[in-house]
Design a protein around this ligand. Sequence first.
Ligand SMILES: [Zn+2]
Length: 380
Amino acid sequence: MPSIIYIISLIIFLSWSRNIIVSAETWCYDTVNPIDQDNPTPVRCPAVTEKSDNIFHDVGINPGASTNMFDTSFTCDPTTSQTTCDKAKESFEKAGEIFTSVLSLNTPIRINASLIPLSDDTTLARLIPLKCKDKKIRNFPQSLVKQFQFSTHPEYAAVDIVAVFNSKCNFYFEGDPTITPDQIGFLELIVHEIVHGLGLVTNWKPLLNSKTVSELTPALNLTSNSDSTQPVVYYGFIETIFDSFIVTNAGDKFSNFTEQLNDFTPYGTKFQDQSAFISSFINSPEYNISQMVLSYSQTAYSMVFLADPHSELIWLESNINPYSKGSSISHFSMEIYDNTTDFLMTYIQHPGRSLETALQQNNATCIIGPKLLYLLETIG
Ligand SMILES: [Zn+2]
């Protein structure tokens, strides 16, 4: 039964002047299988206090800092050749080195990666709700929360990012002979997916499980159990830290939409069952907001990520109509960034293009583009 109850709060001032309150009694949301991201499992993640020798007191200075702060455990489908498996593993090493060289990481990030006969997907193993300076609760990826180095924090899951790659896909690995037109560059793919795992992820998704999407809302915090006919309790909609920086072309913050949606009914309101909640919500004036956000998500040039402190505008993908879950909102605009130094986070990766060619064609020196760096700096 998920709920967000705050018993003990600690205000921790971070080196970059953001203060975050860590709750002692929290429900986190785990996704064990990236293929099933729509049904994260609520799990208790009570506050734990680190032993003092586990805390790096000087944020940004890690005495054990290495060239690779990513610790990847890698599993290969038995039908995949050892050579391919080794190359994939090497690519993760390389990706870890790339991130370590451009990000200021102080705590290792654990990835559980597999090359198996399933579609490519990546998920944050655990989303952790934290109360931000503006008193609003948002979901943070565990990989990011760890970098905050709270002495007391919600309990962490064993891994930060779970990534699955399809072993049946024709991948090109760095160092292979010339890429063929149907091959996908594996290194570019995994760096893209790890960026999602570091927090470029939205909680705005369709609420109703219908064929045609009619609305988008942030993740719903509704107590539930296996019996959908039992009473449920409403604890609001919750956005991700990424979502909190989205602004429409009319200047409206997505956070304000979340706030308005949360006015739908007071926290703690009980409904007879899940159907009663849905029925009440879709008949409320707040439902129009969720329809409006869907409309923004499928209108070109309608939303930006407003990076802070540089006030950089990053246009987000809103030109797929109808809305496409997993592509819309949580990517850089394809039209604007596909042929720029920020090509990495568009929703389509070009087959037949190696990373080396992508960098050359776009006059880029690093796969992590300047705007993406601003974004990552803003959320973490
Ligand atoms: Zn993506």
